[in-house]
Design a binder for this molecule. Structure first.
Ligand SMILES: Cc1cc2nc3c(=O)[nH]c(=O)nc-3n(C[C@H](O)[C@H](O)[C@H](O)COP(=O)(O)O)c2cc1C
Length: 310
């Protein structure tokens, strides 16, 4: 059983240390362990070119045009049974390099898209995406902050797991933790996160979430998009639409049962989204061939060019 630790903190800083502490816990449970710091890698931003979407939906596999260390990292991630992330809280959420990882997972690693792409490739005799993408995996997150400005980190972390539909075991936040290696209680909690993850990796099918309950009873998120009308709220993580209620001073998020099939972290929700994207991309491709579309593109192209450094 392989457990991979991924830190996006500074070299030998708090996040590296806590990632290694969790790996120590996992090792005690018999895991083979490996540690990666994202800053040692060349990871380019996703430019939104959609070549991954096109290759998925045309039976050409699961391609990204960017040439960097992402394929190396992805191979390590896909090989692991469980992954533990230690992430510094930067401006309340994950730092840019983690966002890059989340973006690069984007449509390319989405489980629904890869199920559809596999089917298309099988039918067309095309390139079948890496079968490890459809394998279950357990994952835990630790957000380590220097203050209590930490309100986005768990939601960001949840988004990382949402795309490939990996099972979250812990999604913990450690505010005021610049000196975490000196705080034995927190270090013990981190150690336990590693133990929890390794135990979960031994039996992924019956592994369960062990983090704090949060507000959304489905995905445990505390982040919501509040609409103007009445009390309608959308869970920022799983996309379920419901109502925020305060009953006896306790906040709750309630939603109709049928919302679950639209949830962005369920296979049915992913299939709905994938089919919508597939239809829309097809429509857009047709539109792009028209003279009117080309004329409008040229209008903006000719208006002004982007300034660049010398
Ligand atoms: C640019 C920047 C923004 C930060 N923003 C936050 C923040 O919003 N909330 C917070 O709790 N800590 C914030 N911090 C503190 C970092 O979370 C802290 O320095 C980090 O966890 C240290 O990890 P390391 O020792 O592994 O590098 C910020 C630090 C930097 C450099």
């Amino acid at each position: 059983m392989k457990i991979l630790g991924i830190s996006s903190g500074s070299k030998n800083g708090n996040n590296d240390a806590m990632c290694k502490e969790a790996l120590m816990g996992a090792k005690e449970m018999g895991a083979d362990i490996e540690f990666i710091n994202l800053h040692n890698l060349d990871l380019k931003y996703c430019t939104g070119c959609i070549s991954c979407v096109i290759s998925l939906f045309s039976g050409k596999g699961n391609r990204c045009v960017l040439k960097d260390d992402f394929e190396w990292l992805l191979d390590k991630m896909l090989d692991a049974d469980g992954i533990v992330f230690a992430t510094p809280v930067i401006v309340k959420g994950t730092p840019g390099i983690m966002h890059t990882l989340i973006d690069r997972f984007g449509p390319r690693m989405d489980r629904g898209n890869n199920i559809i792409a596999t089917k298309i490739a099988e039918e067309k005799g095309g390139k079948i995406p890496d079968t490890r993408i459809l394998k279950d995996k357990v994952v835990s997150y630790m957000g380590i902050g220097g203050s209590d400005w930490t309100t986005r980190i768990q939601c960001d972390h949840g988004l990382q797991a949402l795309t490939p539909m990996w099972k979250i075991i812990n999604n913990d936040v450690f505010p005021w933790s610049k000196g975490i290696i000196m705080e034995d209680e927190k270090v013990a909690r981190v150690h336990m996160i590693g133990i929890n993850l390794a135990k979960a990796a031994k039996d992924i099918s019956s592994a369960a979430y062990l983090g704090e309950p949060g507000v959304c009873p489905h995905c445990h998120s505390r982040n919501f998009f509040l609409n103007d009308s009445a009390s309608e709220a959308i869970c920022c993580l799983c996309g379920i639409i419901g109502e925020i209620k305060v009953i006896d001073g306790k906040i709750s998020f309630e939603f109709p049962e049928e919302q679950l099939k639209h949830a962005h972290d369920t296979l049915s929700g992913k299939m709905i989204h994938a089919e919508d994207i597939q239809k829309n991309e097809g429509k857009n491709m047709e539109q792009m061939k028209t003279a009117e579309f080309k004329a409008r593109v040229n209008k903006y192209k000719g208006f002004i060019s982007a300034s660049m450094p010398e």
